[in-house]
Design a protein around this ligand. Structure first.
Ligand SMILES: Nc1ncnc2c1ncn2[C@@H]1O[C@H](COP(=O)(O)OP(=O)(O)OP(=O)(O)O)[C@@H](O)[C@H]1O
Ligand SMILES: O=P(O)(O)OC[C@H]1O[C@H](OP(=O)(O)OP(=O)(O)O)[C@H](O)[C@@H]1O
Ligand SMILES: O=C(O)c1cccnc1
Ligand SMILES: [Mg+2]
Length: 604
């Protein structure tokens, strides 16, 4: 295949609307991408992809991080509905859908919105391959007409517009996180993947934010969940969105590479128990930190420190003989990583063996100009053991005159969750950093966020979904949403208005009404008004598109917004609900439409 195959097809159609230099760079990238790909039939798909990506955005949007995210990652009924819309010649009718959730997770009163970038990546690259079209043909009844499959062949999201709240924002029930406008058939096909991409992302980001809230700002939070996560995507997504929600680092190497998340780790019990005796260490030499000298027998240097501890007044009596195989493991690890030595101290006995062994190795490193990082506790009473460890470090600092040794880092792990962090705080502890896995990444306390995707308008006609359960009644119309801030700088209320209503103004009193409870209303004079929904995918319209910021910036936004929340919304026990409201006009319209659509019963 000639390297320039894209040129005759792509350049003429694109060069009409695009700045040539960036286009050429992009086409070079595509050519490189093509060369590296050997897959048959990829040519047509790539040409179409190039056109769709550029036409809709003027900037390239990469494909979804997970290659399983394709147009087939949807529920069967989206295809049957798409066919029925097409058959009725209704498929191009313009629909507006809202994606929102109904209740904050984990018994809290806030949620962190995450997953937007992956939604836009899906939309920007939404295109069926021939292979996928053949499969859809196979699964639909044989009576489905060929024209539908031709329609699918030409389908992309160039007629779709996506408005969304910025990723990493603090969000609340009922307020649309995304508004999707477009031909009803394609918008319908997007329901399942979009809800999928937002649901877990937002749930686990919120879980991370809640763990951060309890742990406090000064603690290091490490996500250790990959082995316990729900499959590879569960693990990768959890690492990404826990970082977004305020964790500092992950142990997940793939996530570190994919998203640039800082990687951190210690070592496991297996490393400790794999050693039998110090005799196993063959190369015992270690250069000093500044390279000026060399210690030929680091193992013996460590042993002299153990002996010194045993003779010391302040440490005597705390331990007798420490476990020699553990000491060998620690010594060996220090020889491998003298600048970042951190030891797991609970394999045999934390106070009688792990801590003194760690200190002996740490002081031997100190003799050579290195500073040990610290210990990890992975069992037992973490409050008690962390305090005892701190006491031991302080005693060592005093007895042997090693400045700063008392502040040696203490990491705790072992089935931690919000409750255990809270219990540790109440008891008093000396933990500096937490490694958290299972409860965090599996969202053990709540399995799903319960996002929904509801039709709110078709052909400019507002639609409503009724339910016996008022919380499940949808809020009709293509709406605008605003966050109103009070005098003290806190967000006070989110308000939804009809699309054509004037926006709330700073200093102007506005009536905010509960969408369904007549008696709940309040006047608000906002000190700041923030429009929440911004355009992230303009389709073929000229509207400017918001940038997709780097993950670190999204994380910063999340942390900043959480810090700006009124403390009573954030507390764990009985938090105050944040107010979500509608304008007086929208309130009246909801209830007019409700009465209009609800059949009047007849008593017999
Ligand atoms: N001070 C504490 N207050 C409240 N919970 C704690 C405290 N210290 C540890 N925990 C929690 O208690 C649980 C203890 O787990 P478990 O009963 O399995 O004991 P373990 O210490 O892991 O014992 P094992 O030696 O068998 O591994 C963990 O969930 C841990 O996070
Ligand atoms: O406890 P989590 O919050 O899930 O954090 C991750 C856990 O994973 C490791 O345990 P490991 O796989 O060695 O198993 P174990 O601790 O159950 O023995 C590590 O030592 C932590 O205890
Ligand atoms: O690096 C660690 O200490 C770690 C990583 C994953 C799971 N448990 C511990
Ligand atoms: Mg464990």
């Amino acid at each position: 295949m000639p390297l320039f195959f894209l040129h005759p097809h792509v350049v003429p159609s694109l060069s009409l609307s695009l700045p040539p230099p960036s286009l050429y760079i992009y086409i070079s990238v595509c050519i490189a991408e093509y060369i590296s790909s050997r897959a048959e039939g990829k040519k047509e798909k790539m040409v179409e992809k190039v056109i769709a990506k550029w036409n809709c955005s003027g900037r390239v949007v990469e494909g979804p991080t997970n290659p399983m995210v394709t147009p087939l990652l949807t529920d069967l009924y989206q295809f049957t509905m798409a066919y029925a819309y097409w058959k009725a010649n209704k498929h191009q009718e313009r629909a507006v859908f809202d994606l929102y959730f109904r209740k904050n997770p984990f018994g809290g009163e806030y949620t962190v919105f995450a997953g937007l970038e992956e939604c836009i990546r899906l939309i920007a690259n939404f295109k069926f391959t021939e292979d996928e079209i053949s499969f859809i043909r196979e699964i639909l009844p044989g009576s489905c007409e060929d024209g539908f499959f031709d329609y699918l062949r030409g389908l992309d999201c160039s007629e779709v517009q996506v408005y969304a709240i910025a990723e990493g924002s603090v969000v609340f029930p009922k307020v649309p996180l995304l508004r999707i406008e477009g031909p009803i058939a394609v918008a319908q096909l997007l329901e399942t993947p979009l809800v999928n991409l937002v649901n877990f992302a937002s749930l686990v980001a919120t879980n991370a934010a809640r763990h951060r809230f309890v742990a406090g700002k000064s603690k290091q939070l490490l996500e250790f969940g990959l082995r316990r996560a729900q499959g590879p995507d569960g693990g990768i997504s959890a690492s990404k969105y826990c970082y977004l929600g305020g964790f500092d680092a992950t142990s997940n190497v793939a996530a570190g590479k994919l998203f640039g998340i800082p990687l951190r780790g210690t070592h496991s019990h297996a490393f400790v128990s794999s050693y039998m005796s110090p005799d196993e260490i063959i190369d015992k030499s270690l250069q000093s930190a500044d390279g000026s000298s060399s210690c030929e027998d680091f193992v013996s240097l460590v042993q002299t420190w153990i002996n010194k501890f045993q003779l010391s007044n302040s440490l005597r009596g705390i331990f007798g003989e420490t476990n020699q195989s553990e000491l060998a493991a620690f010594t060996s690890y220090a020889l491998a990583f003298p600048r970042s030595f951190l030891a797991l101290v609970d394999t045999y006995d934390v106070m009688r063996s792990g801590i003194p062994n760690f200190c002996a190795v740490a002081l031997a490193l100190n003799d050579l100009g290195y500073k040990a990082v610290g210990i990890r506790l992975d069992s037992g009473d973490l409050a008690y053991l962390s305090c005892e460890a701190r006491k031991f470090f302080s005693a060592v600092e005093k007895e042997f005159g090693v400045p700063g040794f008392g502040k040696t880092g203490i990491t705790a792990s072992n089935d931690l969750n919000e409750e255990t962090l809270d219990a540790l705080n109440k008891q008093g502890h000396e933990v500096d950093s937490y490694g958290i896995g299972t409860y965090l990444v599996t969202c053990y306390a709540q399995a799903a966020l319960g996002c929904v995707f509801k039709l709110v308008e078709i052909n400019n006609q507002p639609r409503i979904k009724l339910s016996e359960d008022v919380s499940k009644v949808s809020i009709p119309c293509k709406k605008r949403s605003y966050r109103l801030y009070g005098r003290e700088g806190y967000p006070l209320v989110d308000i939804m208005t009809g699309g054509n209503e004037p926006s709330p103004k700073v200093g102007e009193r506005i009536l905010c009404r509960h969408p369904f409870n007549e008696s709940k209303r309040a006047y608000v004079v906002p000190q700041k008004v923030e429009e929440l929904l911004k355009c992230y995918w303009p389709g073929s319209s000229d509207e400017p598109r918001e940038d997709l910021p780097p993950l670190k910036d999204i994380r910063d936004r999340c942390i900043k917004q959480l810090e700006r929340m009124r403390p009573d919304h954030m507390r764990r026990l009985n938090p105050t609900p944040y107010k979500v409201s509608v304008s007086a006009k929208l309130y009246d319209f909801i209830h007019f439409l409700w009465l209009n659509e609800a059949p009047v019963g007849e008593l017999q």
